[in-house]
Structure formats: C-alpha cells, structure tokens
Design a protein around this ligand. Structure first.
Ligand SMILES: Cc1cc2nc3c(=O)[nH]c(=O)nc-3n(C[C@H](O)[C@H](O)[C@H](O)COP(=O)(O)OP(=O)(O)OC[C@H]3O[C@@H](n4cnc5c(N)ncnc54)[C@H](O)[C@@H]3O)c2cc1C
Length: 395
C-alpha cells in the first residue's frame, strides 16, 4: 500500500498552487481532479477558436493582492504584476454612459460578491490567468489523477469510547478506488464536505450549518462579436430598468482581436459579463434563463449597435461561491481532524481570484512551506485595512 505525503483534492487555482509548491519539497504528492481537465474555473476557455480566460478575471489592486501575486511570482520565478490600473466603472442610462457612483438604496442582494469588481484599482497581470494555470501545472512534480471524484474520506478505526481525535487515512475515489496519505488538503467547494465527511466526524448539526449560508453562484456570459463594438476600456456596470428582482451585471470588452485569426473564426472583439444568482433560485433552470435574458437586455440597451454582430456565446455557472459555517482549528485544519486542511477559496473572506490566492497561501503558510510565511495575524491586519479602504471608496 502506497502512502502519499500529501493528497490535494481539486486542481483549480487554489489546489494547483498548493500542489505545485508542495511538490517542490516532496514528489510524493497526489493531485486528484474530478473533471477531465485541470484548472477548475481558471482553465482556458474556447470561444469559436479564440482562446480566452473563462469569465472576467478581475484582480483588485491593494496591498493584500500585490503580496499574494508576489508569492505566486516567487513560486513561478516569473514576473506577473504588470501594472496597477485605475478602475472607473461606467454605467448606462437614458442620458448615455456616465461614471458609476453606486446603487443608492437599490443595492443588489449579492453586493458582497459584486463589490469586488468595483475596487478603485485593478492589478494588471503580464499573462492571462489560464496561462498562469498552465505554468503552475508544468512546474508541478507530483502525480495527477483525472476524472476522479473524491466521494468519501476514510478514517482510522477507533476503539469504542476512544477519546483520540479521528485520523484521516484515505480517500475513496469514484466510489471504489482508495488512496492513502499522511496529509490531505481539500480545495473543492466547502459545501461538498457534507457529502464526503462521515457523520461521526462532522455531525448532522455541523452539516446543516454548512448549508445555512445563502450561496451565490456566478453566471458568466462570454460574447463573441463580429464587429468592433467599443474601444472604451474598463468595466461597465449595467442595471436594468425593470424591477424584477434580477440584479445588475458587470463586464468589459477585450481589445479587438488581431487579424491573423482564421477569417471563419475571426472575432473582432470579445466581451465578458458576470452576474449572480442564489443557489436555491438557480435550481430552476428557467430562473437561470431569466437572468441570462436580462443580462443580454442590459448589454444590448447600452450597446444597441452590436446586437446583430454577436456570433457566438459561452455561458457557465460557478459552484456555490460563499462558504457556510465550518468549525476549524486555528491552523486551517478541520476541527478535530488535524491532518485535513480546508483550503477551499470560499472559506476566505475575499471572493474570486483573490480568495483563491489568499486561501492557498494561508494553507501553505500553515504547512510551513517555502516563502509562504505571511503569518495569519498579518493577513487579518491586511484584510481589515483593505476592507476599510473599500468602504471609504464605496462611500
Ligand atoms: C465558472 C466560473 C466562473 C467564474 N468567473 C469568475 C470571474 O469572472 N472573475 C473572478 O474573479 N472569479 C470568477 N470565478 C471565481 C473564481 O474563479 C473562483 O472563486 C476561484 O478562482 C476558484 O478557484 P478554486 O481553485 O478555489 O476552485 P475551482 O476553480 O472551482 O476548482 C476546484 C476544482 O476542484 C475540483 N473538485 C471539486 N470537488 C472535487 C472532488 N470531490 N473530487 C475531486 N475534485 C474535485 C473541481 O472539479 C475543480 O476543478 C468563477 C468561478 C467559476 C467556477
């Protein structure tokens, strides 16, 4: 029976960053991915032959995100920060485009998710995120299992009445194969722990708490435009005129595509849009359809000239983004299970890319690895400062 030093579950930005760093120290590492591709939501996407990031990859520029990307630069030995760019979102109403100043008393319910895109500054990277994922994957020196869904955590047998903490020993993949390790890092959606962890380790009450939170899912719409629609850079926040409970969307146009793309596939421009829907509402597919319809109406209202020139679109939804309540030990392991690190990005107070980077680095710091030495206290301080700055900016 082979015992890995580490098993990492999930090859998204969070899991892959951790796996790549750990594999620099020991190659006895196994990365397990449920899908047929690695990269999770940060993998590359294809839109009619055009290679793009899946959805907007917006990274707010602040001390916290700069430090987080610098850690990634150290791991890859490569410069990733290009510049800090002002972010002045624009909105559209009957009088035309104007600076977006806020939602007034009509804040969407998913404002916490949305406000991430309203940060006053953006960190521009030297590479698209999907290429960073490829570099991380190329640098990884352990083993990878694809199409392998971790369906159960297995614990060491304990004598009846034993007060010893449960020791995670193995994972079961696709309901049948078993893999053993000394340490486990979970970087999938935290809500899934309710299915994977046995009831005697995470009891029914704790599992119910995992589901208590309201979970938002991102709905991403990537559009392929045959014509150049706008040369206006930066983010647009579009809010509809109808009061139907469906919120605003944010998005932007990528620069026009160079003419060396094959003429049959040539997109003059691609635009990427994001909105949010809560998990319960999303269970009815027609509700998702309504949100998409509204997003398209909002976009067409602001850019009426482009409607005939949309040649293709990609739609995708994220797994639940916010995290439920989960009792953890101070080093990031699951309460009472001191060899299971919960690295899921949704546990971080910051969403999206930033949440992924911070959560992977906090996990690596807790594991005492590489240059990832930023103490938890520093993070807490940084996070408090950033929140203050954001609140000031919002006011
Ligand atoms: C479709 C989508 C669109 C998004 N759009 C944007 C955006 O436009 N802008 C932005 O800033 N952020 C966006 N986000 C959010 C952001 O990308 C994520 O919050 C974050 O970067 C996700 O990284 P991650 O590694 O934590 O998770 P993920 O990228 O979700 O990766 C998790 C990986 O774990 C695997 N996995 C899960 N459970 C198991 C299991 N039991 N066994 C084995 N493997 C498992 C999954 O297959 C997946 O590959 C989007 C997320 C998604 C999913």
């Amino acid at each position: 029976m082979h015992i890995y030093d580490y098993i990492i579950i999930g090859s998204g930005l969070t899991g892959q960053t951790i796996a790549t760093q750990l594999s620099q120290e020991t190659q006895n590492v196994l990365l397990i991915e449920a899908e047929a591709f690695t990269g999770g939501s940060n993998r590359q996407a294809l839109l009619n032959g055009n290679v793009i990031d899946a959805g907007i990859r917006f990274l707010p520029a602040n001390d916290l995100s700069i430090k987080a990307v610098e850690q990634l630069e150290n791991l890859l030995g490569l410069k990733l920060i290009k510049s800090e760019k002002e972010n002045h979102p624009q909105t559209y109403d009957a009088s035309g485009f104007k600076p977006f100043v806020g939602f007034g008393d009509k804040s969407p319910e998913f404002y916490d998710q949305f406000s991430y895109f309203l940060s006053p500054k953006e960190l521009e990277l030297t590479l698209p995120v999907h290429q960073i994922m490829e570099l991380l994957k190329n640098k990884y020196q352990g083993e990878t299992l694809m199409r392998s869904h971790v369906t159960k955590f297995g614990f060491a047998e304990q004598e009846e009445g034993s007060k010893a903490e449960p020791q995670l020993t193995h994972v079961v993949v696709n309901g049948s194969k078993t893999y053993y390790a000394n340490n486990f890092i979970f970087a999938g959606p935290v809500r899934d722990l309710a299915l994977i962890v046995p009831d005697d380790v995470l009891n029914i009450r704790a599992k119910a708490k995992l589901k208590k939170d309201s979970y938002w899912m991102a709905i991403c719409l990537d559009l392929f435009h045959q014509d150049l629609t706008t040369e206006q850079e930066g983010l647009f926040v579009l809010d509809g005129t109808t009061d139907d409970g469906i919120g605003p969307c944010a998005g932007r146009f990528l620069p026009g595509v160079a003419a060396d793309v094959s003429p049959t596939q040539k997109a003059q421009q691609i635009s990427q849009w994001i909105s949010f829907i809560d998990l319960t509402t999303a269970e009815e597919t027609e509700n998702v359809g309504e949100v998409l319809k509204k997003m398209k109406r909002q976009i067409k209202r602001a850019f009426p000239e482009m409607s005939d020139a949309i040649k293709a679109e990609r739609i995708f939804m994220s797994p639940p983004l916010s995290g439920g309540e989960l009792k953890m030990n101070s080093n990031g392991t699951l309460h009472k299970v001191n060899n299971l690190w919960i690295a899921s990005a949704s546990m971080n107070q910051y969403p999206n890319l930033l949440g992924s980077l911070l959560q992977s680095q906090m996990t690596l710091a807790a594991l005492g690895f590489g240059g990832f030495q930023m103490a938890k206290a520093d993070f807490a301080e940084e996070q408090a400062e950033t929140t203050e700055t954001q609140t000031e900016a919002e006011l």
